[in-house]
Write a protein that binds this ligand. Structure first.
Ligand code: SF4
Ligand code: SF4
Length: 101
């Protein structure tokens, strides 16, 4: 089982997920975060705290978001760890509103 960050995070990066994660498994670029499935302990603490419902257990992932399994694996492997919360991106409020949250 893996826990997956999807496209809703793009442009938001609220990092509420990072703040509750008990291990170091989030990696990030300038647009969003990704989960290292080898480090993740599948505790699911991050799923309900995301303001834009970007995070899914792999089994709950909608079919149209299946590509994000590979994207999380590939991006987490090459990007730096994100271990502390940070301010949301400047585009976060608009993206959240556009998503209807
Ligand atoms: S809380 Fe949601 S939007 Fe924020 S960084 Fe985590 S996955 Fe992205
Ligand atoms: S499921 Fe738990 S361990 Fe995995 S990324 Fe979310 S908070 Fe971290």
């Amino acid at each position: 089982m893996a826990v997956i960050v999807t496209d809703n995070c793009e442009g938001c990066r609220f990092t509420e997920c990072v703040k509750v994660c008990p291990v170091a498994c989030f990696h990030g670029d300038e647009r969003m975060v990704y989960i290292d499935s080898d480090a993740c302990i599948d505790c699911c603490a991050c799923i309900p705290v995301c303001p834009v419902q970007a995070i899914y257990l792999e089994n709950d992932l909608p079919p149209e978001k299946a590509e994000w399994i590979g994207i999380n694996r590939e991006r987490a492997a090459v990007l730096p760890l994100v271990t502390e919360g940070a301010d949301p991106l400047p585009t976060a409020a608009a993206k959240r509103a556009a998503l209807g949250f």
